[in-house]
Design a protein around this ligand. Structure first.
Ligand SMILES: [Fe+2]
Length: 234
């Protein structure tokens, strides 16, 4: 039984959404769905005849509003999953997943990995050899660490945990701003410009600290909306 894995893209915030499913049982999960793309996502779920079990957020996003609540209205049996440290959004989550929490879809298991640092509650999720890294690890880069409880030293340690996975593990990031779609742990250990394996923690902290980034345009709308799983956008 193979795993269906559909990377989907939202251009304004350069966000990847992932629809994953067991090809036999059709049980499915969606990771980091975006409000303005809900019609596309529902059409694909319907077209593939999937049974949506989990609506997963890797973290409380600052750059877009999630479609978690509107999706749950459409698929009431699906469970909204957030990382255990996201206490500000606890009221709208069905599952607060900690390290090692397993979400089954058919014969496949989605395993939660706590990877704080970009924000305090950031999670990554591993399914077979596929790693969904949210904003913890990007292709050749990482998430920023300057708001929502972010910490560069914490992110450094989280990424070391991901780097302990086999080199062949496929990395699916939460965003890409340079046209890339997929990488591997082995590639990122060698070529990541901020956190490759021969950079120590101090080097990483310096590099992340010198990123010259403006605040996300939607931060004042997106963070409160996402703390209610996107309820206000439905
Ligand atoms: Fe983020």
């Amino acid at each position: 039984m193979s795993l269906i894995c559909k990377p989907l893209f939202e251009h304004e915030s350069s966000t990847f959404t992932y629809l994953i499913a067991d090809s036999v049982t059709k049980e499915a999960a969606i990771i980091d769905a975006v409000d303005c793309m809900i019609e596309r996502d529902i059409a694909l779920i319907e077209e593939l005849d999937l049974d949506l079990k989990f609506i997963i957020e890797t973290h409380i996003h600052a750059d877009h509003v999630t479609s978690a609540c509107p999706l749950k209205n459409k698929y009431p049996n699906a469970k909204i999953v957030l990382g255990i440290e996201n206490t500000s959004a606890e009221a709208c989550a069905d599952i607060m997943a900690g390290e090692g929490h397993v979400l089954p879809i058919g014969k496949h298991e989605i395993t939660a990995i706590e990877t704080p640092g970009h924000t305090i509650g950031c999670m990554s999720f591993l399914v077979d050899n596929k790693l969904f890294t949210g904003d913890s690890l990007f292709i050749r880069s990482t998430g920023r660490c300057d708001f929502q409880g972010g910490s560069a030293s914490t992110l450094y340690h989280s990424i070391q945990k991901l780097f302990a996975l086999p080199d062949s593990t496929i990395v699916y990031p939460g965003h890409d701003y340079n046209g890339f779609t997929v990488s591997t742990i082995g590639e990122e250990k060698k070529f990541n410009t901020l956190v490759r394996e021969d950079y120590d923690q101090e080097t990483f902290i310096k590099k992340v600290g010198s990123l010259d980034l403006s605040l996300p345009k939607k931060i004042n709308v997106a963070v409160p909306a996402n703390q209610s799983c996107g309820l206000i956008s439905s």
